[in-house]
Design a protein around this ligand. Structure first.
Ligand code: PFF
Length: 457
């Protein structure tokens, strides 16, 4: 293995990396999680805080993560360990990478269950909507959540799809599918947005999403944490997914420029999804705070009324499944690379093992929505608990530690060369962000969310 390559191969070009990293970033986080969190947290205020987190914390940390991957050229744990040793620091930094690997499997567990919901809606689009109208869609979503068979079945199918690609190696199949997927997904979102423009609730929906009313901070004490953690989740940072992808990056690409592309595309997709969905809520007189069912209870309404709506619904759910798929693949890659490099597993066996662990946990998540509903910890079922633990705790902490590692431990000349930016304002701004701004932001938001200081609530 040369210093420029890994045993897992390399992306064929910079574009291939940007597409794969965007494939990781764009997923359920943008189209399922972002709109429902915005709806629960008063719209504009959430979006403004979210955008600030993306720009000031997300982008610098994403650059840090990719650059560490390319320098370390291994799975997140060993990359951080060997880079720390090279700088004569404690190998315990590897623990940050290990936490990321575990976080990936925990996220994958509930992620795959939600992707299973999409498979169910795809099936319903193909077989014809039995339920149109708001009440019918409400019932359809509840009946899905109360069916262990559908939930476990679709979760299993999605996991099999994910394991299959990871077992084959992420470059080949992934590169090709993402190249077609991304433009088509954008087109579909534009189409839905175009539809939303013509609905009576358009103005109100856009205002709700884009005009902040910071008064909601008083009613939504967790808003800051929700927005910050959504930035980590949506950008795929804090757990080494992009570090693992960065390890397969050709040598001369500018890490910073690539991080800008991925961040920009991810944000564009989230905003478009929000702009397509919010007007529908107001047009149909629905409450924005619909929780996890928001997308599933609104978008089919639009499809129901469009000419050729059934076909559009099929295309849309199919695209969303592929978007979730490319993200799930990246959630599994760190654990898979770890098993291959440390346990000498073959790639298929490593993928099967990582997928197996996430599958078992996912079955628990699926059942926690119905038959195990009453088993709760901190008032949360397993599904909610895993979402909370990963997005709100593990990703922000992991992300900040990754940023501190890049900013404080790795020599300046190395980070400068990897980022490929001039040694001026931009570099200093990056350094400031990873060294001070990101840790301070996460600290303040944690203190606020746990009621130690009071910005909100
Ligand atoms: N960014 C993905 C999404 O928005 O759906 C989810 C995700 C993928 C989170 C990879 C974290 C990660 F490492």
């Amino acid at each position: 293995m040369s210093a420029d390559n890994t045993i897992h191969g390399q992306w064929s070009s910079r574009l291939a990396f940007v597409l794969a990293a965007t494939g990781s970033a764009v997923g359920l986080g943008n189209i399922w999680r972002f709109p429902y969190l915005a709806g629960e947290n008063g719209g504009g205020a959430f979006v403004v805080v979210y955008l600030a987190c993306v720009l000031l914390v997300g982008l610098p940390l994403m650059s840090a993560e990719i650059l560490l991957g390319r320098r370390g050229r291994r799975n997140p744990m060993d990359a951080m360990r060997s880079l720390a040793l090279a700088e004569r620091r404690t190998p315990w930094w590897g623990g940050v990478g290990l936490m990321g690997i575990l976080a990936g499997l925990l996220i994958l567990a509930f992620y795959s269950v939600v992707a299973g919901w999409l498979l169910f809606y795809l099936y319903r689009s193909v077989s014809g909507w039995a339920a149109v109208g708001t009440a019918g869609l409400d019932r359809l979503f509840s009946s899905l959540l109360s069916s262990p068979l559908w939930l476990v079945g679709t979760h299993t199918l999605f996991m099999v799809l994910t394991v299959t690609v990871v077992a084959m190696g992420v470059q080949g199949g992934l590169e090709r599918s993402v190249k077609i997927l991304m433009p088509t997904l954008l087109f579909m979102l534009l189409l839905l947005f175009g539809y939303a423009v013509g609905t009576p609730g358009f103005g109100e929906g856009v205002r709700y999403l884009l005009v902040p009313d910071f008064g909601v901070l008083a009613e939504r004490p967790a808003l800051l944490l929700e927005a910050l953690s959504q930035a980590f989740f949506s950008l795929s940072i804090g757990m080494g997914a992009l570090m693992a992808y960065g390890a397969y990056l050709p040598k001369h690409a500018s890490v910073f420029r690539m991080a800008c592309w991925v961040t920009g595309l991810d944000t564009l997709v989230a905003l478009l999804a929000g702009l397509a969905i919010m007007p529908l809520l107001f047009s149909y007189g629905l409450e924005p705070a619909q929780g996890t069912g928001l997308v599933f209870k609104t978008l089919p309404l639009a499809f129901g009324e469009m000419p050729g709506g059934r076909l559009w619904a099929i295309v849309f759910f199919l695209l969303l499944i592929i978007a979730a798929w490319t993200s799930a693949i990246s959630l599994m890659e760190p654990a898979t690379a770890w098993l291959i490099e440390n346990r000498r597993f073959s790639r298929p066996l490593a993928a099967l093992t990582a997928g197996g662990v996430a599958w078992v946990l996912g079955v628990g998540c699926a059942l926690s929505l119905n038959v195990w509903q009453e088993y709760k910890l901190f008032d949360k079922n397993l599904f909610e608990l895993l979402d909370y633990l990963t997005a709100k705790i593990m990703l922000p902490i992991g992300g900040v530690l990754i940023g501190c590692f890049a900013g404080w431990v790795i020599a300046r000349r190395l980070t400068l060369a990897e980022l490929h930016v001039p040694d001026g304002m931009l570099y200093r701004a990056w350094l400031f962000a990873v060294r001070y701004l990101a840790p301070a932001a996460v600290l303040v938001v944690f203190l606020d969310a746990f009621g130690i200081i009071g910005f909100s609530g």
